[in-house]
Write a protein that binds this ligand. Structure first.
Ligand SMILES: [Zn+2]
Length: 341
């Protein structure tokens, strides 16, 4: 099952609104086939794994990180493909929270006389698709807050060394998330440009908040392709924009509206990056906490001691607990992750 998750992750950032799924077929203790779901509209993991195994799948065991589907969507149901392949057993990581699957896949396989085991490495499988599961259960995209802090406790407008390079934690975050919300000053001042350096990464939609801007920002070194994935939200007409960049004029765009827009585009996960002018974020941060729109937090603590208090996240009387904290070192910084309760 751990291998299924590893194989599934080859499609990281590419499957929304579908989940990432991996499947491994085993016979006589040997892996004879494996596959993953590459993209919405393309065949599911089970189909690729069964194709890979061919006739050898008969009497084998299929391991799959998410319950096989039992409905005709854009592709035929995987339950039928598994039954036809004559595997004797199917091991499922977790049931699908999608109400049109919800254990119907397991039941179909059992009715066909196949032994089914559910809940193997379940936590790992859930973590793989935390955004998909959240969207299925709540109807809203999964939102992660990210910011940088100095060891002195101040909010920083910078990333650590190598964070944007291939394998860097920020480059990987951009590969994983479907959209990123930034302040226009973060782009205009070249603090960051949200392009993942991972090989073959599907780049996120960039949503730019420009409340603090006095003129329409010009994003340096923007290619036509990258421009098509940028939306600038402005409160006032700020003159001519950059070619290819979409602009949405709104006097007060709420976070809920931004998330609704993302959902309509089939985007499941959104990174709210607190880099740039804090003024741009004040309203949507307040709204996000008031309406429980934030699920996860990623904090980079840089090895910098600065005494001057720049900006801190201050919310009077607010106390939200964070659970399942983890930490790791990446590029000389400490990366802390957790989930809002
Ligand atoms: Zn399927």
């Amino acid at each position: 099952m751990r291998r299924c998750v590893g194989v599934a992750r080859k499609a990281i950032g590419c499957t929304s609104p579908n989940p990432m799924v991996g499947c491994v077929i085993v016979r006589d203790g040997k892996i004879i086939g494996e596959g993953f779901h590459p993209k919405a509209g393309q065949p599911h993991a089970e189909v690729f794994a069964l194709r890979d195994a061919g006739d050898l799948a008969e009497n084998g065991i299929a391991y799959v990180s998410l319950e096989p589907c039992n409905h005709y969507g854009r592709t035929p149901p995987c339950t039928e493909a598994l039954i036809k392949s004559k595997v004797k057993k199917v091991v499922v990581g977790m049931v699908d929270p999608n109400p049109i699957v919800a254990s119907a896949g397991v039941k179909r396989l059992q009715d066909a006389g196949i032994e089914v085991i559910v809940g193997v490495e379940e936590e790992l499988c859930k973590k793989l698709n935390e955004a998909y599961i959240h969207q299925m259960l709540t109807g809203k995209p999964f939102v992660t807050l990210r910011y940088s802090l100095s060891l002195g406790g101040n909010l920083l407008n910078q990333l650590g060394e190598n964070a944007m390079e291939r394998g860097g934690y920020y480059s990987k975050l951009l590969q994983e998330y479907d959209a990123v919300i930034l302040s226009s000053t973060a782009l205009a001042n070249k603090l960051v440009f949200p392009v993942s350096s991972e090989l073959g990464a599907n780049q996120p939609l960039t949503i730019v908040l420009s409340k603090s801007a006095n003129s329409l920002i010009q994003i340096p070194d923007l290619t036509t392709d990258a421009a098509s994935k940028v939306i600038i939200i402005t409160e006032k007409e700020l003159g001519n924009g950059q070619e290819g960049v979409q602009r949405t004029l709104s006097d007060k765009m709420t976070l809920a509206e931004i998330l609704e827009h993302c959902k309509r585009k089939g985007l499941c996960s959104v990174l709210l990056d607190l880099m740039g002018d804090y003024v741009d974020f004040e309203d949507i941060l307040k709204e996000g906490f008031d309406k429980d729109l934030f699920q996860k937090v990623v904090v980079e603590v840089l090895p910098i001691w600065d005494g001057s208090a720049v900006k801190t996240l201050s919310f009077a009387n607010m106390k939200t607990r964070v659970k399942n904290l983890t930490s790791r070192i990446s590029g000389g910084s400490l990366i802390v992750e957790g989930y809002f309760c």
